[in-house]
Design a protein around this ligand. Structure first.
Ligand code: SAM
Length: 248
C-alpha cells in the first residue's frame, strides 16, 4: 500500500474538539486534515481502497477513462495507479478546489507519469462521465441531495461503456431501528478506538446532520437497478457501511 500523509500535529484531525460553527464543509480546514480524518472515521478504509483497486483492475479497459467522483485528496487514484493499465486516463472530480489541490500534489508524486485530469465540478449539475470503463464513487453519493441521486446515477450509467462498472461505497441507515441503533453504537465505538472523544463524535454528528444523508441498503440497490445496471452485488459490509459493485 502506498504511504499517504503521515499524521503529524499539523495534519491530525482535531476539527471537532469544539462545536462546529455550521454545517460540515469540504473547505481548506477539512482538506488539511482529510487523510487523517477519513482513515480514522471510515472502518477498514485501507481495505476498501485495496478492494476498489482489485475490482477496478478487472474492469478497466485500455484507452478508456476511469472516473473518481468525489475524489477528495486523490487517495483512491493514487492506490489505483499501479494496478490499472497505463493507457487508462484518470479523471478525478470534486466540488472542492482545496481537496483537488491536495490530490494534484499526491498524483504528481506518482512515478507512473499517467495522464490525469482533476475537474472541479458540482455533481448536482454536471454530466462528467464519458468513455469510462470504471467509475468510482466512494463515500460521496451520501452528500448528494436525495432529489438528485437518481439523475446522478443515471448520468454515470450513461457515461459508462458496455461492461463498465461503478464501485459505490456508502454509509448506511437501516430500516430496522434496533439494528440501526446498534450499528451506530458500534460505529461510535470504532471512532473512540481511533482516538476521537465523545464530544468530538457528537460535534461532528451535529455538523453532518443536514449534509450527509445515508440511504437504506435497498434504496441504493434500487437506484442502481433502476438506472439500468444489469448486475449489482455488495462486495463489502461493515455494520452501517457498504460497498456495491454495479456492472452495465
Ligand atoms: C468523503 S469525501 C470522499 C472520499 C474519497 N472518495 C475517498 O475514498 O477517499 C466526499 C467528497 O465528495 C465531494 N463532494 C461533496 N459533494 C459534492 C458534489 N455535489 N459534487 C462534487 N463533489 C462533491 C467533497 O468535496 C469530498 O471531497
Amino acid at each position: 500500500m502506498t504511504q499517504h500523509n503521515t499524521p503529524t500535529d499539523t495534519n491530525q484531525d482535531h476539527l471537532f474538539q469544539t462545536p462546529a460553527d455550521g454545517d460540515f464543509r469540504f473547505d481548506d480546514k477539512t482538506a488539511a486534515v482529510f487523510d487523517d480524518m477519513i482513515s480514522r472515521s471510515v472502518p477498514m478504509y485501507t481495505e476498501i481502497q485495496r478492494m476498489t483497486g482489485e475490482i477496478a483492475a478487472d474492469f478497466a479497459r485500455p484507452r478508456t477513462s476511469l472516473f473518481d467522483l468525489g475524489c477528495a485528496t486523490g487517495t483512491s487514484l493514487v492506490e489505483l495507479d499501479p494496478v490499472i493499465d497505463p493507457t487508462v486516463r484518470f479523471v478525478g472530480v470534486d466540488s472542492s478546489q482545496e481537496m483537488l489541490d491536495k490530490a494534484r500534489q499526491k498524483l504528481a508524486a506518482c512515478p507512473s507519469g499517467r495522464a490525469f485530469d482533476l475537474v472541479v465540478a458540482d455533481l448536482h449539475q454536471t454530466q462528467v462521465v464519458e468513455n469510462a470503463s470504471v467509475a468510482v464513487m466512494n463515500l460521496t453519493l451520501q452528500f448528494i441531495r436525495p432529489l438528485y441521486r437518481e439523475r446522478v446515477i443515471r448520468n454515470i450509467f450513461q457515461g459508462l461503456n458496455g461492461q463498465g462498472c461503478l464501485i459505490l461505497v456508502e454509509k448506511l441507515t437501516l430500516g430496522d431501528s434496533l439494528f440501526n441503533r446498534l450499528f451506530i453504537h458500534y460505529y461510535y465505538n470504532m471512532k473512540k478506538r481511533q482516538g476521537y472523544s465523545e464530544s468530538e463524535i457528537a460535534h461532528k454528528r451535529e455538523a453532518l446532520e443536514n449534509v450527509l444523508i445515508p440511504y437504506r441498503p435497498e434504496e441504493n440497490h434500487e437506484l442502481l437497478t433502476t438506472a439500468g445496471f444489469r448486475h449489482v452485488e455488495e462486495f463489502f459490509r461493515w455494520y452501517n457501511f457498504s460497498g456495491l459493485i454495479a456492472v452495465k
